[in-house]
Design a binder for this molecule. Sequence first.
Ligand SMILES: NC(=O)c1ccc[n+]([C@@H]2O[C@H](COP(=O)([O-])OP(=O)(O)OC[C@H]3O[C@@H](n4cnc5c(N)ncnc54)[C@H](OP(=O)(O)O)[C@@H]3O)[C@@H](O)[C@H]2O)c1
Length: 265
Amino acid sequence: MKIGFLGAGKMAEAILASILDGGLCERWNVTACDVSGERRALMEKEYGVVTTADALETVKTCKTLIVAVKPQDLGSLVASVGKVLTANHLVISICAGKDLKSLRKGFGVKPRLIRIMPNLALRVNQGMVVSCAAPNAKPADKKLVKKIFGGAGKVLELEEKHFDAVTALSGSGPAFYAYCLKAMADGGVALGLPKDAARLLAEQTMLGTSVFLQETGADLETFIAAVCSKGGTTEAGMKVLAKSSVASAYAKTLAAAAKRSAELA
Ligand SMILES: NC(=O)c1ccc[n+]([C@@H]2O[C@H](COP(=O)([O-])OP(=O)(O)OC[C@H]3O[C@@H](n4cnc5c(N)ncnc54)[C@H](OP(=O)(O)O)[C@@H]3O)[C@@H](O)[C@H]2O)c1
């Protein structure tokens, strides 16, 4: 199988690394196409894949294509390759906000289409990937998507109507969690902790909490209540947090990201 990346930026790199790590494809069977000479040089040096600036050549060589340009660059990409795509091509798009209808309009009716929303945590094999397939995608295409992304995180198939919310929560989510993590670490520094120690404590606590909750499947409110022993330190902090506007700020943050995702369509 030959896989072509149309756009070889940060997300393409994360996906490529997991494909190579998982032995899904040999490096010489992967083409990274990017208009940036810097990105091509990096892809060649770090991963030893074939690189080109020629999207048309990539489409001719590879039947599985991962579209990883920024949404605003999709139009020019489509203009250069749209007409040569065939029913033998599987096009997997990770472009935020670009729905199957608009992808179909650009890439034409022939190629099989799957829309994906990944996140950057793919890079450390802890990614969250949501997929939805166009009606012409075959069961084998869906299986391939699970194989490509499953080695680097969890893959969930959802109806496309949820994609703006998915984009906000898991696509943009790493930045929102990092913001929260920074606030926790800064709070630790304000209490006198060294900066590095505060960051480690905040990171490991976020990771441990997340793994604990996922492994036990504990109800979130029950878990919070269990940590807040009566008259204890967590309860004292939680009283302040519960009265603050943090929860509504997160709801508004996700709503703004979801709105932007809808606008990008
Ligand atoms: N970053 C995330 O966390 C994240 C999460 C979920 C989904 N996504 C989606 O993933 C996609 C890629 O995001 P990214 O963060 O990886 O962006 P990025 O780092 O900017 O990578 C995109 C690359 O594509 C190149 N490019 C632009 N037009 C091209 C063309 N016609 N042919 C070939 N290459 C072209 C760009 O070059 P120039 O920079 O020189 O234009 C750039 O190197 C976006 O659609 C985004 O919505 C990103």
